[in-house]
Design a protein around this ligand. Sequence first.
Ligand SMILES: [Fe+2]
Length: 346
Amino acid sequence: MIFEQIASGGCQSYLVGCDETCAAALIDPEISQIDRYLALAAKHGMRIRFLVDTHTHADHFSATQELARRLEVPVIMHRQSPAPFVDMRVDDGEMMLVGDLRLRVLHTPGHTRDSMCLVLPDRVLTGDTLLIGGTGRTDLPTGDATALHDSLFNRLLKLDPKLLVYPAHDYKKQGHSTLERELAGNPRLQKRERAAFVEMMGSLNLSMPTHLTEALRTNMSGGKTIAQLLSEAAAKVSFMSMEELKGRVEAHESSLLVLDVRERDAYVEAHIPGAKLLPRGQLELRVNQELPDPTRRVLVYCDFGKVSTLAAATLREMGYTRAVALDGGMVAWSEAGYPMKEGTEP
Ligand SMILES: [Fe+2]
């Protein structure tokens, strides 16, 4: 068996592969690590056959849907998962065959309703049901402390105590543990009586994870994250540095049209000399009047360089093949002390 643990911040993903057949499963992949997973699988000579999320993640952006599209392999989640893009729904007691390996599903609701652990002969991927020195929280959507108590004490912790524990989160970089070690030392497992456990879980006062709303929106619907939209747009356009633009502005280069896509108020307050105003919200509807020549070289800028990247990608899509985005924005431009002008358009 090949087994790789891939950390991305505190999130842990796993590549589990069969040596005999070169088939592998990727568990809990995160969107920023796609190239790493593919490179690792290639390094081991493995073909990823299954993409598994142990539960609906509220704190990271799952890469299962994107990888499924690229690799043409199924996304697997528990039957209770709300995500519409799941190809194979599994339930307690079932197995996934990864070459000669068998990954057994243990349904362990509590952290979320759709949480599951994946059991291998010598180890268990515990998702967010059991962490090293902790457990998953139960105060996020579909969380249930009573269910977690049952999943832990009547299911997971009844397995062979020698099993290695590989969780979906490991903030302290401990790597792995064993069921036995967790039973003995994990502070959350010392309240074994149900009511006491539920009371403890209810009084943790944890702060909300960053990106909670966006993570649930994208992981439950299959929609894109803002970072994905921006990186897709950035792959479609070229950029110009602020320094390069400053030189061209100072030289009054007439062949370059500088386009400010912020709102009018921001433009009036300060803009790049010679820039034309066309707010992002009106771009598609006014582009024919404002930019009649699609062969014109256009440089787009905004405050931070994000909206301008989206706008430049839209312009390229509409046939402005020389649309370029500023690598930077008005905020950095102003901080650099580069030339600015007040007032409305001439
Ligand atoms: Fe989680």
